[in-house]
Ligand binder design. Structure first.
Ligand SMILES: *Cc1c(COP(=O)(O)O)cnc(C)c1O
Length: 394
């Protein structure tokens, strides 16, 4: 039997898989013997930091870690998170009720609407943006109201452009700075304005800070929770994935408003059973690493950024160097669509990129490159673009 025609309406209403055509083109290019440079995925190329791997090896052998973990995370893990927040952001958290372990932050982001959203409720979602905010909303039966984040507004949503009638139905607003895909950061006056709206209309502000540790020029982004009133209305998602090269391990956490975390915890206690404790122990090691270790990693991304961005500009693209994240959001020459550019890059130059439209319609006219290959390969990518005049020929 083929059950595809019995798929639930929530599955059927998922946006079309925009990357399918690119995947096919990529396979064709590989079959033609093309040397592919993959700048498509946001997955660090380097292995997990060595002390974390060592810690995990030891922890795996301990029988006390072999049973079901608690869904909210071991107290020692939550204490390590609280300690890290205090050191890094100067934000005080109660590890007892203001920290919740997650099986990767994607899990928590996807589950949050299930805890708070009913049919008829609205979730405000930045666009272009990480696709999980909409998918979680859809699965909960809610309605997504997209907030365009445009270059002309510093890639911030225009909070005054959202109608009062929409705000009144809003249960959650998702925000994400440093931003994927644009690499933008939020200026100091932005979060207070968002907190004011959340307070006035009584919705949850859910800030995704997956890239807070991948920053440049020694300018660390602040936590959303360091702004006055933030903990009254919101939570912040974090992940060990990008910070410690741990995407495969699936460890993240949410911190902030205790009643929001309790709601998310209700979903989790009924759907999953938490993070493997050995990984929590290794994560404690990660969160306790000296800052110099992370500074080294940031230095590496910074060298890549500083080599790649001027190269892209020479090749005819419009790029502002990001202040954080490992993404380069490149504006295309007038008249060239995101999809056209992505296919051209792959077909002619063997470069995998992500079309801006893969993150929402306001991504039209841009492509995203990830700095997840070494400098030599990044420069090879630039020289192919220049030689083929992919973006300067018109
Ligand atoms: C990578 C990413 C995440 C989630 O990562 P996890 O591995 O699930 O912790 C969340 N938000 C954004 C914007 C991301 O790019």
């Amino acid at each position: 039997m083929d059950f595809r025609n019995r798929w639930s309406s929530r599955i059927q209403s998922l946006p079309p898989y925009l990357f399918a055509r690119i995947d096919e083109k990529k396979r064709e290019a590989i079959a033609r013997g093309m040397d592919i440079i993959n700048l498509g995925i946001g997955d660090p190329d380097l292995p997990t930091l060595a002390p974390v791997v060592e810690s995990a090896k030891k922890a795996v052998g301990k029988p006390e870690h072999h049973q079901y973990p608690s869904y909210e995370g071991m107290l020692s893990f939550r204490e390590a998170v609280a300690g890290w927040y205090q050191r890094r952001f100067g934000v005080r958290l109660d590890p007892g009720k203001e920290v919740l372990g997650l099986i990767g932050s994607k899990e928590g982001i996807g589950h949050l609407p299930l805890a708070f959203v009913d049919p008829g409720d609205v979730v405000l979602v930045p666009e272009p943006g990480y696709p999980v905010y909409h998918a979680g909303t859809l699965f909960a039966g809610g309605t997504t109201h997209y907030m365009p984040i445009l270059e002309s507004n510093g890639y911030l949503p225009d909070l005054e452009a959202i109608p009062e009638s929409v705000y009144r139905k809003t249960k959650i607003m998702f925000l994400n700075y440093p931003n994927n895909p644009t690499g933008a950061s939020a200026p100091d006056d932005f979060f207070p304005r968002a907190i004011e709206k959340a307070t006035r209309y009584g919705f949850i502000l859910a800030h995704d800070a997956a890239y807070s540790e991948i920053y440049y020029d020694n300018r660390p982004p602040k936590s959303f929770l360091s702004y006055p009133g933030a903990k009254d209305v919101g939570i912040e998602f974090h992940s060990l994935s990008k910070t410690y090269n741990m995407t495969g391990w699936r460890v993240g956490f949410a911190v902030g408003n205790a009643s929001v975390l309790a709601g998310l915890g209700m979903i989790k206690s009924n759907m999953d059973s938490g993070i493997f404790q050995a990984l929590q122990e290794a994560s404690i090691t990660a969160l306790s690493l000296p800052d110099a270790t992370l500074a080294e990693l940031r230095g590496l991304y910074q060298k890549r950024r500083d080599a790649f961005v001027p190269g892209l500009v020479r090749a005819g693209l419009r790029v502002t160097p990001p202040g954080a994240s490992f993404y380069i959001w490149a504006g295309l020459p007038k008249g060239m669509s995101s999809e056209e550019a992505t296919l051209l890059l792959l077909d002619k130059a063997g470069i995998v990129s992500t079309p801006g439209t893969g993150f929402g319609k306001s991504g039209e006219g841009y492509v995203r490159f990830a700095l997840t290959v070494d400098e030599r390969r990044l420069m090879e990518a630039v020289s192919r673009m220049e030689k083929l005049a992919l973006f300067s020929g018109r």
